[in-house]
Ligand binder design. Structure first.
Ligand SMILES: *Cc1c(COP(=O)(O)O)cnc(C)c1O
Length: 302
């Protein structure tokens, strides 16, 4: 980062940003890639590049793009979400998806896009499912956007090159700042005409950065030397989950611990004690109070 060669990226003249984008486009085998400030911005630009005002996207009820991004697609893009529950394996039931595609009738929003997430809460979507979902989208004239914040975790877990996953989507967002360890940044990858639209929206949203090569340099390290090491995170998460499952008070679904995320449930009365105890030992967890259950889920991520 200290020695990164920089220029003005608003004019497309930062050589380090351009190199990062070229590397990402090559790895995912997409025509173009765009460096953005965050995963949330990458997803929003993906949705905005596919959809116009009054269009609709089909998305998981618990998906990051729908639930954890402040409703940006609706607020800033006037894009209506059509959410449905994920199945336990992180997929959307394709029969249900088909039935939610609206007919071409002015009573309805125009269904334009299917949005998937891989990994979904750490779970890896099966390759044959991705192919079926992309075929369903194509035969209904829908685009497919993949929230691939953690796509490299999926690729490492399946031992496939990342483009084997990315080929089943039009656009893919990728986080550099999760397991890959860069301090800041994500990428939106896809066909040139959509990335061109995303570039315009990025500027409008205030995401056009100037000498961003300092940040992109860390992104290059993330993509070129941290991907294989995700396997170590997966091993650590599996080991943690296994040991936690041996504690009587803890409930944990070991089948759901496939990559780098561990979710567990503890009795409500231990939750406060546990989180402060762990904090005293420099171990940070995210705590979600469950609205219906007296048990409180935790999650940790590497
Ligand atoms: C982290 C994450 C994002 C983006 O989050 P930012 O904090 O905006 O970078 C999007 N989708 C998923 C699945 C994520 O895990």
């Amino acid at each position: 980062m200290a020695v990164a060669e920089v220029g003005d990226d608003v004019y497309g003249e930062d050589p380090t940003v351009n190199r990062l984008q070229a590397i990402a486009a090559e790895m995912l085998q997409k025509e173009a890639a765009l460096f953005v400030s965050s995963g949330t911005q990458g997803n929003l630009l993906g949705l905005l590049s596919h959809c116009e005002r009054g269009d609709e996207y089909i998305v998981g009820q618990q998906a990051h793009t729908y639930r954890y991004e402040g409703g940006g697609a609706a607020v800033l893009g006037s894009i209506q979400p059509q959410p449905l529950d994920f199945l336990p394996d992180g997929t959307l039931d394709l029969g249900r998806v088909q039935s939610l595609i609206k007919p071409d009738d002015f009573h309805f929003a125009k269904t334009r896009l299917l949005c998937l997430e891989n990994t979904q809460a750490g779970k890896v979507l099966p390759m044959d499912y991705l192919a079926q979902a992309f075929a369903l989208a194509g035969s209904n004239y829908l685009g497919l956007h993949l929230d691939g914040a953690r796509i490299f975790n999926a690729a490492v877990k399946l031992r496939v090159p990342v483009h084997e996953i990315a080929r089943h989507a039009d656009t893919v967002s990728v986080c550099l700042s999760k397991g890959l360890g860069a301090p800041v940044g994500s990428l939106l990858c896809g066909p040139a005409h959509l990335i061109q639209k995303a570039l315009r929206w990025r500027k409008m949203l205030g995401g056009g950065m100037r000498q961003a090569g300092i940040l992109a340099a860390a992104g290059i390290v993330a993509l070129t030397s941290h991907v294989e090491r995700l396997a170590e995170d997966h091993d650590h998460a599996g080991f943690l989950a296994q040991k936690l499952s041996e504690i009587a008070e803890i409930r944990i679904d070991l089948d759901a611990v496939q990559t780098n995320m561990v979710f567990m449930e503890t009795p409500a009365q231990s939750s406060t004690l546990l989180s402060s105890f762990l904090k005293d030992h420099d171990f940070f967890i995210t705590r979600h109070d469950h609205p219906v259950s007296s048990r409180i889920p935790y999650f940790g991520s590497f």
